[in-house]
Unconditional design. Structure first.
Length: 306
C-alpha cells in the first residue's frame, strides 16, 4: 500500500482537532472536525481509511480515555457520509444537506440515549450552566451600574427554557454551517489532490422556493392572532423555531440578490459584501430576499435599458 504524505498530514490534523475537544478551542474547532474525515474517506480505500483513523483514535484514547471515541464518532460519521457522496459525484447541495441531516440525527440520538439511560435533563443542565456563568451578576443589585437588572433563579429558568425550545433552530443552523464549511474546505483540497467533486452554484444564482413566503405569512398570522395559549404550547415551539429559520433563509436570499445585481450591473465587488455586512446589523434588509422570492426582481435588473 502506497503511503500518501497528504493523508498522513490530514491524520495529524484530525488528531489535533480531536485533542482540542478538551480545551476551550472546541467552540471553534468543532466546526472543522468533520473535514479530515471527509478528505480521508474520499481519497482512501475503506481499508486504508481505517488504518489512518485507528492510530488517531488510539492516541486520543490514551490521553483522554475511551470516552473521547463517542465525540470522535459523532463528527466522523457525517464525514464518512459526505465522503461517500463525493465518491458518487453527488451534487454539492445534496452532499451538504445530507451531511447536515446526519449531524442533526446523531444529535437527537445522543440526546435520546442520554435522557433514557442516564436521566440527563437538558433544561436543567442549561439552567445550571447559566447560573454558573451569571453568578457574578446576582450580587450587583445595589451597584450603580446594575440599572435594576438582577440575574435571579427565575430569570435563569426562563432563559434556559427558551434556550431548550430554540434547540431545533440552533441545530439546523449549526449543522448547515458545519457541513458548508466542510464542503468549502474539502472541495478545493480534493481538487488539488486530483479528486474533482461538484461545486455549489454561484451565490448570485441561488433561488429559494416561493412557498417559503406562504409559510412566513401563516406564521405571522398565527403570531398576531393565535393568542397566548398558542405561543406557550407545541405550536408556539414550532413558531419559535420556524420564524427565525425563515428569516435566516431570507437573509441568504437577500445576499444572493446583492451579488446578482453586482454581477449584472458591473458594480464594485465590495458593494455586495458591504450590503451583506450591513444586513447583519439592519435585519429589515432581509425584506429584499422576500421581494426577490415573491417578485421577478432579477428579470427587472437584467431587462435591457431603452
Amino acid at each position: 500500500m502506497k503511503l500518501r504524505w497528504t493523508s498522513v498530514a490530514w491524520s495529524v490534523v484530525y488528531l489535533l482537532l480531536l485533542l482540542s475537544l478538551a480545551t476551550p478551542l472546541t467552540v471553534v474547532t468543532a466546526f472543522f472536525l468533520i473535514v479530515p474525515g471527509v478528505l480521508l474517506y474520499t481519497t482512501l480505500s475503506p481499508k486504508a481509511f481505517v488504518l489512518h483513523i485507528a492510530p488517531v483514535w488510539i492516541i486520543s484514547a490514551l490521553i483522554f480515555g475511551p470516552m473521547i471515541w463517542l465525540q470522535a464518532a459523532y463528527f466522523l460519521i457525517p464525514g464518512i457520509v459526505m465522503g461517500h457522496l463525493y465518491k458518487k459525484r453527488a451534487s454539492a447541495i445534496r452532499t451538504i444537506l445530507t451531511g447536515a441531516g446526519t449531524v442533526m440525527a446523531l444529535f437527537l440520538m445522543v440526546l435520546l440515549v442520554s435522557t433514557v439511560f442516564f436521566q440527563f435533563n437538558l433544561a436543567v443542565a442549561i439552567e445550571e450552566m447559566l447560573n454558573t456563568a451569571m453568578a457574578p451578576l446576582q450580587n450587583v443589585a445595589d451597584s450603580p451600574l446594575s440599572s435594576g437588572v438582577v440575574w435571579s433563579p427565575e430569570l435563569s429558568q426562563q432563559v434556559s427554557s427558551l434556550t431548550v425550545r430554540l434547540i431545533p433552530f440552533t441545530m439546523i443552523v449549526c449543522a448547515l454551517v458545519i457541513t458548508a464549511i466542510a464542503h468549502a474546505i474539502a472541495r478545493p483540497t480534493l481538487g488539488s489532490m486530483g479528486h474533482i467533486v461538484p461545486k455549489l452554484p454561484p451565490v448570485r444564482d441561488w433561488r429559494l422556493p416561493r412557498s417559503l413566503i406562504w409559510y412566513y405569512l401563516i406564521g405571522l398570522l398565527i403570531q398576531m392572532f393565535g393568542g397566548e395559549a398558542v405561543h406557550q404550547g407545541f405550536m408556539g415551539t414550532i413558531l419559535l423555531n420556524m420564524m427565525p429559520l425563515l428569516q435566516f433563509l431570507f437573509m441568504i436570499q437577500s445576499a444572493s440578490l446583492f451579488f446578482f445585481a453586482a454581477y449584472h450591473r458591473k458594480w464594485n465587488p465590495a458593494i455586495p459584501v458591504l450590503l451583506v455586512v450591513a444586513m447583519l446589523f439592519i435585519p429589515p434588509l432581509r425584506i429584499v430576499g422576500i421581494l426577490d422570492i415573491a417578485f421577478p426582481l432579477r428579470e427587472m435588473l437584467t431587462r435591457p435599458r431603452r
